[in-house]
Design a binder for this molecule. Structure first.
Ligand SMILES: Nc1ncnc2c1ncn2[C@@H]1O[C@H](COP(=O)(O)OP(=O)(O)OP(=O)(O)O)[C@@H](O)[C@H]1O
Ligand SMILES: Cc1ncsc1CCO
Ligand SMILES: [Mg+2]
Length: 311
């Protein structure tokens, strides 16, 4: 275990990490940090397009967050539009937060096209476990899976269960529909997240995938390694779309980086941005404004130096 196994050792006011300290003492994650910094740099330099098919509630925050991270945004709900645009987008983002009846055909059709062309995409399985239509859509994705799944703990547990990944290990935790908020702790999602990541990797053309579980301490896994990412702000759950926009920004990084790097970079960026925004905000309204500013202002080095704790 490195110094980073004790995140409090390197965090100052508002949990902001002392960059120099982490770099000096942290060989364990040196190569990961290098890749994370490169992904953040590449997005700022290349302004990659990550296209989104996302919910109506937070669509504007998703686009603004992708732009603030340095990427480009395009939102669409038409399969032909999404599939055509995928040829120029580095990655796509699908979020099932608000569904319309035609999505039951549209979303599996889009996922099949992504699979056929080996196009990377991020799934946010919002409210997994609720409703027949959402369940049918999420079940259908099992045959043509995303490259990254990003969700809160309840959503990750429900999706792994829906895809039969929990039963396979003789462990079938009780699933409870959670709405769009998590009713489970990140810790409860460690094994489902690892199984999900291994399943995604087995279907990925390059054999690489990741799962990101958000919460007070986030978790990212490629199925083999598990990383805990402390920080952020409780105010992130007092605006709508912190998680949705984190998914969109994960797709932005996936346009330039491998899945594990992309998931880590986006999650670390959000943790740091949340801390900075909390220090400046008066409440949720100004928090969202400061969050976008922090996404814009954080440097690749600051993102890469954030606390990472190996499991
Ligand atoms: N108590 C907390 N302390 C610190 N950070 C938090 C806390 N709760 C959530 N976050 C951060 O908020 C972001 C979104 O995570 P959250 O788990 O709230 O997503 P979500 O439930 O999918 O959100 P939404 O569906 O509203 O978009 C992540 O960056 C996460 O680290
Ligand atoms: C509030 C809400 N309802 C459906 S999607 C969404 C955004 C947070 O997931
Ligand atoms: Mg969510």
């Amino acid at each position: 275990m490195s110094d980073d196994s004790h995140p409090s050792c390197c965090t100052g006011a508002h949990g902001v990490v002392n960059d120099a300290h982490v770099h000096d003492h942290d060989d364990e994650f040196a190569s990961l940090r290098h890749d994370i910094a490169q992904a953040v740099r590449d997005v700022k330099a290349k302004t990659p397009l990550a296209q989104s098919f996302t919910n109506f509630v937070t669509i504007n925050l998703v686009a603004n967050a992708q732009l603030a991270a340095g990427g480009t945004a395009a939102m669409s709900f038409l399969p032909d539009d999404v599939i055509d645009t995928a040829s120029i987008s580095g990655a796509d983002y699908i979020n099932v937060g608000t569904l319309l009846p035609f999505y039951a055909d549209a979303l599996p059709q889009i996922a099949r096209a992504f699979h056929k062309s080996a196009h990377p995409w991020v799934l946010d399985p919002v409210a997994a476990g609720i409703g027949r239509t959402r369940t049918e859509i999420l079940r259908a994705f099992r045959a043509t899976p995303p490259t990254i799944v990003r969700g809160n703990a309840s959503e990750i547990i429900a999706l792994a269960d829906m895809w039969g990944l929990n039963q396979a290990n003789g462990n079938n935790p009780e699933t409870r529909p959670a709405g769009v908020e998590s009713v489970d702790e990140v810790d409860a999602a460690v094994e489902p997240a690892k199984r999900l990541a291994r399943f995604l990797a087995a279907s990925a053309p390059a054999g690489k995938a990741a799962v990101a579980v958000s919460g007070a301490v986030d978790l990212v896994t490629d199925g083999e390694h598990v990383y805990r990412l402390p920080g952020g702000s409780a105010l992130m759950s007092k605006i709508t779309g912190a998680g949705c926009s984190l998914g969109g920004v994960t797709a932005t990084y996936l346009a330039v980086a491998e899945p594990l790097t992309a998931a880590l970079a986006a999650t670390l960026l959000y943790n740091r941005a949340g801390e900075i925004a909390e220090a400046k905000a008066d409440g949720p309204g100004s928090f969202q404004v400061h969050l976008l500013d922090a996404l814009w202002n954080l440097t690749p080095e600051q993102v890469a130096a954030s606390a990472i704790v190996a499991q």
